[in-house]
Design a binder for this molecule. Sequence first.
Ligand SMILES: C[S@@+](CC[C@H](N)C(=O)[O-])C[C@H]1O[C@@H](n2cnc3c(N)ncnc32)[C@H](O)[C@@H]1O
Length: 241
Amino acid sequence: VIDGPTLVAAAIDAGLVLDEVFVTSGADSAVLAQAAASGAVVSEVGAETLARAVDTVSSQGIAAIAPRPEVSLDAALELAAAGPLCLVLVDVADPGNAGTLLRAAEAAGARAVLFCGSSVDPTNGKCVRASAGALFHLSLATSGDAGHALEGLARQGVCSLATVAHGGRPYDSVDLTGPIAIVLGNEAHGLPSAICSQVDERVTIPMAGRAESLNVAMAGSVLCFEALRQRRAQSIGDSPA
Ligand SMILES: C[S@@+](CC[C@H](N)C(=O)[O-])C[C@H]1O[C@@H](n2cnc3c(N)ncnc32)[C@H](O)[C@@H]1O
């Protein structure tokens, strides 16, 4: 379910084929026209009906139903191999964190994100909203078995980096120019030790204060943008003077 005029417009702009669009009488007419022009079936419903269908406190007069955006694990692994980076979420439970990670990953040039283990469903309404439309531009795959996904990444020649709050190599001393997979763990428990032993490298964002760890979406965003910074530095270095 895609809720609100901004997200519905972003989905149409991204070329998503909407199954159906539901609007109330006061809906944003520009988005409504865009939805109708895209070929979606548009139905008018009462405000209370729409509010029940979407899980926001106040719905914004328009919501759409779209097919699940997932690709197969193999397809996502191939995209990861094409680089420059992908994210692997292992047991990431909070939909706001997952959506924020999608937003940061897409902004930093990722093309695929793997939702592994017991990670939240990427189509969770809060995740879709927190992704701010990034979800529509990424290839998402799910795999109950994170170890299996990491094996696939290794076969494709992707360097996997487990993010750990302590004891890893400082993140800015690791080559992140790719293709890399940044592996992020559960909000309370971090990454399982089996996953930490399976990866190519463990990386840590050194902390100077008293925090035991960073929020997972914050840590993932820092890594994504360090990877982008390194690629930009490399391309500036490579370009003729
Ligand atoms: C809140 S932390 C988990 C804390 C947990 N108590 C632990 O020991 O790992 C959630 C995730 O954020 C990432 N993370 C948090 N702080 C980090 C840091 N300083 N460096 C690298 N990754 C970090 C890791 O992916 C971690 O699994």
